[in-house]
Design a protein around this ligand. Structure first.
Ligand code: ATP
Length: 415
């Protein structure tokens, strides 16, 4: 089967023309161009979109320069060795040189050398990701499938290319799970065996790469699929002894999705850590070098748990609720509102998130000054008292605020 038409239909016409041209320029220099990786997999599955990974069997930079020299456009950068970025008008193409990789030790980033397309495909993770379609004449549209990826696509299997694959790069363990769950495939039996055998190699991978893979889980449409499977296979425990996912996790994630706009990776992570002890949760986010924003979400979540009793106090006024919750990360509040057991507390948090946190006074410092309030700490106290009055519904419009301020001025302050 020839895939040129299928690729053409999946791309904007001007991009396809440019790629065709690139393929021809490549052929004239004996540097063939290929579409590789996930895009080929998805094309064969009938899934649209995705990155356009283009590989040239030769020198990407030289080919991009030839294209620019012969047909205009510019080579805008070469972000890494062996890659090039070409731009013409609105269109940009990322081009990589086919390469071969050597792993000096498990988990280390590989040493990279120029190589043939076959070598390039054989350094990849799974058979279904190791196919290429040639984009240069005379083989344009032909599928290159050295590991029988097409058969695995049909059988719906995730299969590594060799038995040491997870040892070379244990992030592939998480990638296998992610593709399995996203595509509704199965990790093939022998691959599953290697995966279980090589779990300890997760330790050889840097924390930044593992955090990134966990993030990719959380960016999936239904992250609980990958998380539950990772738990079942012992991957979460290998990442951190306290990390787990089960039916509760799935229920919370589904709840997050059914509440508009709250199902972000940050909220998912907070939910994942909700049942872990404060010490372990902080150990995990710090150990995995999460950015300070995410660490803050987790510490705010911990704080919320300590506030739980106070939040349930009968007769809590809006101003008191505001004082308790003001400044806490919205993602922590959202996760807490989904996960905490008391319905009353959940409602209170939602009331804060939806209403109270947006409440503003009509008057600001400038307007208070015009009303005769002197600048200084007294003005700050007055603004705070005004906000409290607004929160508790004691004043509902500008006139009422002005009247209140005038009364305070006459009486010598809000206290
Ligand atoms: P997605 O739809 O998740 O973006 P993708 O297949 O495009 O899927 P990328 O992470 O963008 O995934 O990787 C592009 C290609 O590079 C993969 O299809 C695979 O061939 C190869 N690849 C990526 N990561 C690895 C890895 N850790 N080991 C081996 N090959 C990899």
């Amino acid at each position: 089967m020839n895939y040129a038409d299928t690729i053409e239909k999946s791309l904007p016409p001007d991009l396809w023309s440019l790629i065709t041209l690139l393929g021809e320029v490549g052929a004239s220099q004996d540097q063939r161009l290929y579409l590789v990786g996930g895009r080929v997999r998805d094309l064969l599955l009938g899934i649209e979109g995705g990155d356009l990974d283009l590989v040239v069997e030769g020198d990407a930079m030289a080919l991009a320069r030839s294209l620019a020299g012969e047909h205009g456009g510019e080579v805008v950068s070469h972000p890494r060795f062996g890659t090039a970025k070409y731009r013409r008008g609105e269109l940009t193409i990322d081009l990589a040189s086919a390469r071969t990789e050597v792993y000096s030790r498990p988990g280390a980033l590989p040493l990279v050398r120029p190589g043939s397309i076959d070598k390039d495909l054989s350094r990849r993770d799974f058979t279904i990701n190791s196919m290429a379609v040639c984009l240069s004449p005379p083989d344009k549209g032909n599928l290159l499938d050295p590991f029988d990826g097409r058969a695995d696509l049909e059988a719906r299997l995730i299969r590594v290319l060799h038995s040491k694959s997870f040892i070379d790069d244990a992030t592939r363990i998480m990638r296998a799970i992610r593709y399995e769950q996203r595509l509704n495939f199965k990790i093939e039996d022998a691959t599953r065996g290697y995966l279980l055998r090589d779990l300890s190699y997760l330790d050889t991978v840097g924390v930044d790469r593992l955090r990134h893979e966990l993030q990719l889980f959380l960016e999936e449409g239904r992250p609980e699929g990958a998380l539950l499977r990772a738990d079942e296979l012992g991957v979460l425990k290998a990442m951190h002894p306290s990390l787990k996912a089960d039916g509760w996790t799935g229920e919370m994630f589904r709840k997050a999705r059914s509440a508009a706009q709250v199902a972000t990776p940050e909220v998912y992570l907070a939910l994942l850590l909700y049942r872990i002890s404060p010490e372990d949760a902080l150990d995990l986010v710090k150990g995995y070098r999460y950015a300070s924003d995410q660490v803050r979400i987790v510490s705010d979540l911990i704080k919320l748990k300590t506030l739980e009793k106070g939040l349930g106090a009968p007769g809590l006024k809006p101003r008191e609720l505001y004082a308790l919750l003001h400044g806490l990360a919205p993602e922590a509040l959202t996760a807490f509102s989904l996960a905490c057991e008391s319905q009353r507390t959940r409602d209170i948090i939602v009331q804060y998130l939806d209403e109270l946190r947006h409440v503003k006074t009509y008057l600001d410092g400038h307007k208070l000054k015009l009303l005769g309030v002197p600048q200084g700490p007294g003005m700050g106290r007055m603004l705070k008292a005004l906000l409290d009055a607004r929160l508790d519904g004691e004043v509902a419009n500008r006139e009422a605020e002005v009247a209140l301020v005038k009364r305070w001025l006459a009486e010598g302050g809000p206290e």
